[in-house]
Design a protein around this ligand. Structure first.
Ligand code: CP
Length: 297
């Protein structure tokens, strides 16, 4: 593996290798695989978890980080330089690039114009493959398996790049999908067609209560209002959970969320045994350490 642009770049075995190595890091594995390496961290869009866990992972592996968290201070934003030229230049200064950008395909563009490994940290509404790796780690860690997991996915399934990547991975592990979203924010036809082609079982639901007793994991997502073109008047009340939603949940149901959360996941859930989202985000450090070690081995 030399790049991670889309989760589909990885085979099932490559994903399992990353997750196993992540577990070793969680248990205390030490590595200095990035000593003498400089990694560019280029965040053209806001981030807390992805940027800082990558920065921490790089430094724990002995590497150095250059880059920016506010692209307003670059010549791209202030002098009219093209994104392509900007990426080409950054590619000359670093041994790998981690890029987040609001435009679909920006990581692919970086791959096309640079001669260094590229890791996609989220491009528009397209893909967020490292988030999916840590989502899969959370499923594996809490359920002991990923095959044939009953996975509920609730919220904005149209604009969410974490959902798009997760769906692609779900196909590899033959997961059963329960899709809970207003009809305006369901996945697009291409994604549903790809599920059909992969013979993945999926069904549509208007609230979590009607299927909560079947689920092993419930993956909630934030409504991505910043990516709306229209649909401003959709009522999301049925797509927010509360304690009552979980009355009939299996004892080992785990609630996952890529975070940040909003009203869909109230704080009252944090103290229940179902909450796993903060641990999910914390374990992202180990998953990103594992990914970087494999990328540079
Ligand atoms: N889950 C996620 O990508 O979070 P950040 O936007 O904070 O990086």
């Amino acid at each position: 593996m030399h790049n991670l642009i889309s989760i589909s770049d990885l085979s099932k075995n490559e994903i399992l290798n990353i997750l196993n190595l992540a577990n070793e890091f969680k248990q205390g594995r030490v590595s200095d695989i990035l000593s003498k390496r400089i990694i560019a961290s280029c965040f053209f869009e806001a981030s807390t978890r992805t940027r800082l866990s990558f920065d921490s992972a790089i430094q724990r592996l002995g590497g150095k980080v250059i880059g920016f968290a506010d692209s307003n201070a670059t010549s791209l934003a202030n002098k009219g330089e093209s994104l392509s030229d900007t990426l080409k230049i950054i590619g000359a200064y670093a041994d790998a690039m981690i890029i987040r950008h609001p435009q679909d395909g920006a990581a692919r563009l970086a791959h096309d114009v640079c001669n260094i490994p590229i890791i996609n940290a989220g491009d528009g509404a397209n893909q967020h493959p490292t988030q999916t790796l840590l989502d899969l780690f959370a499923i594996m860690y809490t359920q002991g398996r990923m095959e044939e997991i009953n996975l509920g996915i609730m919220g904005d399934l149209k604009h969410g790049r974490t959902v798009r990547s997760l769906i692609d991975a779900a196909k590899l592990f033959n997961m059963n999908l329960f899709l809970i979203a207003p009809k305006e924010l369901r996945m697009d036809h291409d994604q549903l067609f790809s599920l059909k082609q992969a013979s993945i079982s999926y069904s549509f639901h208007n609230n979590a209560e009607e299927i909560i007793d079947k689920l092993d994991c419930l993956y909630l997502t934030r409504v991505q209002r910043e990516r709306f073109i229209d649909n401003e008047n959709i009522n999301f009340d049925s797509y927010c959970i509360n304690s009552g939603t979980l009355d009939k949940a299996k004892p080992n149901l785990k609630i996952l969320h890529p975070l940040p959360r909003r009203e869909e996941l109230p704080e009252v859930i944090d103290d229940t045994p179902f909450a796993h989202y903060f641990q999910q985000a914390a374990d992202g450090l180990y998953v990103r350490m594992a990914l970087l070690e494999i990328l540079f081995t």
